[in-house]
Design a protein around this ligand. Sequence first.
Ligand SMILES: CC(C)(COP(=O)(O)OP(=O)(O)OC[C@H]1O[C@@H](n2cnc3c(N)ncnc32)[C@H](O)[C@@H]1OP(=O)(O)O)[C@@H](O)C(=O)NCCC(=O)NCCS
Length: 170
Amino acid sequence: MREARTSMAVEIRTVEDSDWPAIADLTNHYIEHTAIHFGYDPVTPNELRELWWPKRDLYPFLVAADGTRFLGYAKAGVWRERAAYKWTAEVGVYVARDTQGAGVGTRLYQALIDACRERGFHSLVGGITLPNEPSVRLHERVGFVKVAHFAHAGYKFGAWHDVGFWQVKL
Ligand SMILES: CC(C)(COP(=O)(O)OP(=O)(O)OC[C@H]1O[C@@H](n2cnc3c(N)ncnc32)[C@H](O)[C@@H]1OP(=O)(O)O)[C@@H](O)C(=O)NCCC(=O)NCCS
């Protein structure tokens, strides 16, 4: 795994209550304007918090910040529900639009991978609506390899979208 390139004073920490509005704003940009996120409807800060809070002991949710400035987030969650899948988590990452390409995504994913390893996960899976070169490069930079490609897996904004899955064993 290569080092991140950022020269910013980036702190990576667990999400705090005051982060949810910025997390919702960033997520909603990708819900409302792109097929990167497959949601159709915007999310609220409270919905996001309530999804994560009951699972907080199992799944890490990390935020990158530069002082008080929110720079992005990375999270793990349920991949599939049946019991034997519990050793694999699905991960996701979003970096603030004015900060992309500066190494923050790499820092977030490196910290998320460490946190998931500490919690006993055996592998991580990331689903990427294609094409998305920055995301593919980020996943491969931190050790993920492509394991699946589903054609026309989602329909959004009047078009079918392929989704690739990348996996890393911890
Ligand atoms: C994908 C994303 C999380 C990457 O985070 P980032 O902080 O921008 O990425 P980093 O600066 O750490 O760089 C990671 C890799 O992505 C590449 N990359 C970053 N921005 C890029 C761009 N605009 N075009 C091409 N490659 C890009 C970097 O070159 C690096 O690859 P390399 O090591 O092969 O050079 C971020 O761009 C983002 O939030 N994008 C929008 C939301 C999204 O797509 N999330 C992922 C959903 S699956």
